[in-house]
Structure formats: C-alpha cells, structure tokens
Ligand binder design. Sequence first.
Ligand code: B12
Ligand code: SF4
Ligand code: SF4
Length: 232
Amino acid sequence: MTLAAEIEREVSAAGFHPVGTIVSDRDEAGSSVVRHDNPCQLLLVGSLGSDFWTVFSASTEAADGLPDAMDRFTRRVLGGLAETFGVEVLFPFDGPPYYPFQRWAKAYGGFSQSPLGVLAHESYGPWLGLRGAFVLPGVGEGEREPHILADGRCGNGPCGACVDKPCLNVCPVNAISSSQGYDYMTCRAYLSRTQDAACWHGCLARRACPFGQEHAHVSEQARFHMMSFVGS
Ligand code: B12
Ligand code: SF4
Ligand code: SF4
C-alpha cells in the first residue's frame, strides 16, 4: 500500500473525507510549499456531510466553549496523523496568507468555481469542506502524472453546464449574482440583523444547488458554520 493510501485509510477512519492527490510544483502550489522538494504531492483532505459532523460534535473541542473548535479539532486529528506518518500537513485556516486550497482542489479536478464562492462538485455539490493537505514526498520523473488524475473523478465541475443556476434566484438580499459573485458583506449584515432568517439553517442559495444534496449540512451544523461566519 502506498503512503498516500495508508494516510487516506486513517483519514477516513477519523471521519474525514480524502479527496485525492495532486502533484504540486512551484507554479501550481505558489510560494508556500516551495521549500519542499519539487514536485511534491499534496493529499487533499476534506469533510463531507453529517458523518464528519457526528465525529466533530462528539469531540472535546466541540464542548470546551473556546473559539475555533473545528479548526482545533482538525489540527489535533490530522496533525496527529501527520506525526504518525512522519509527514507535514498544511491547513486552510493557517494565515493570512492562506494556502490556495480551492486552487489545489480545482487542480485535482471535478470542481467548478460556483457563483457562491465555494467550489461545486458533481457528487459533493457545494458541501465539501477543505480541511488539510498532507505534503508527501515528490514523485520520480517516470511516475509524474498530470495534475488531473485519470480515475474518472475529474472534470470541470457542474456549474458550466448548469443552465438554470437555481443558486442565483433564492437569496433574500440578492447577495449572489452571476456578474458580482458573492457579496459576503450584504449576506453577513442580513444574518446579523435577522435572527429568525431561514438561512441560519443553511444558506438558501447553497441548498438550492441540485448537486450533492444528500451531503447538505444538518441544521445544527449549518448554524455552527453561520455563527462562525457572522462572528468572523
Ligand atoms: C478568507 C476566507 C473567507 C472570507 C472571504 C473574504 C474574501 N473575499 O477574501 C469569508 C469570511 C467571507 C468566507 C466565507 C465563507 N467561506 Co471561506 N474561506 C476563506 C479562506 C480561509 C481563505 C481564502 C483565501 O484567501 N485563499 C487564498 C487564495 C490564494 O487561495 P485560492 O484557492 O486561490 O483562492 C480562491 C478563494 O479565495 C476564492 N474566494 C474568493 N472570495 C471568496 C469568498 C468566499 C465566500 C469563498 C468561499 C471563496 C472565495 O477564490 C479564489 C480563486 O479560486 C478559505 C480557506 C483557504 N485556505 O483557501 C476559506 C474557504 C474558501 N471558505 C469556505 C467556505 C465553505 C465558506 C463559507 C461558505 C462558510 C460557511 N458558512 O459554511 C462562508 C460563506 C458564508 C455563507 N453565507 O455561507 C471553504 C470553501 C469550500 C469549497 N468547497 O470551496 C474554504 C476552502 C474553507 C474550508 N475549510 O473549506 N471565507
Ligand atoms: S446551482 Fe448550478 S451554478 Fe449554482 S452551484 Fe449548483 S451547479 Fe453551480
Ligand atoms: S446565507 Fe442567506 S443571505 Fe447569505 S448568501 Fe446565502 S441565501 Fe443569501
């Protein structure tokens, strides 16, 4: 079993969702990983749906009342795995400057930049959280693959072919448009002043996406993310 496959197995057992491995070089990865051998491999790890929520909500971090519970949980669990396997792990919340996690996911393939700001995927819809990237040793010349792996999971993501774009038509304050993208200040102001908004149970625009609906956040999970967004 390869190192990536071993880590993927442990990541799944811990409640996270392994996305896949990209080969990273200077141009794709940006300056943040150039201190590593190039090319290096990045194993992207996400979180998906209520499985992750179940594990996280039973953690000590979720109960201790301190800030950034999910980030601290993620750092403990994925950091522990990195230590076990003797590799480094990068986190999306370390910054600014932030590691370009969305760019990395697009390099893996299957994701499109949605009008919502988040990436959308045919299977996951707009519901995949990006939680970490394990930095694995570089691959040899002969083994080097293109950034998009030929394993059937890759493509351009669903947004380009989504004609109706229902995500654009449901926001109560028109914070999402095809021309301007996502106006997070308008969204945040609305949530702050409207405690009974339906959005507190999940962004209506995100929920309108027909893809990956089985991975939509449960109400408590949606509220957790909205609270941290409005407080940020
Ligand atoms: C800063 C930030 C924000 C800021 C954006 C402010 C701004 N305009 O710069 C704010 C606080 C608004 C924000 C909000 C949200 N965010 Co945010 N955010 C980030 C963060 C930490 C850094 C982005 C960045 O600067 N990257 C550095 C550049 C160089 O990387 P990049 O990949 O090339 O950059 C892309 C992004 O910057 C993106 N982008 C630009 N503006 C915005 C605005 C939003 C809202 C998003 C999501 C993306 C986005 O476009 C770039 C080109 O692809 C990333 C984590 C990360 N490390 O990327 C999460 C991240 C992009 N956010 C994410 C999410 C899910 C959200 C929320 C939907 C959270 C929620 N509530 O569930 C909210 C939106 C609120 C809502 N109503 O639902 C996810 C997206 C997952 C995905 N499938 O794509 C990320 C990857 C975090 C994660 N752990 O998964 N976010
Ligand atoms: S509704 Fe269509 S355009 Fe909007 S995020 Fe989903 S696939 Fe993309
Ligand atoms: S959370 Fe509500 S206000 Fe904010 S973008 Fe989504 S639908 Fe619009």
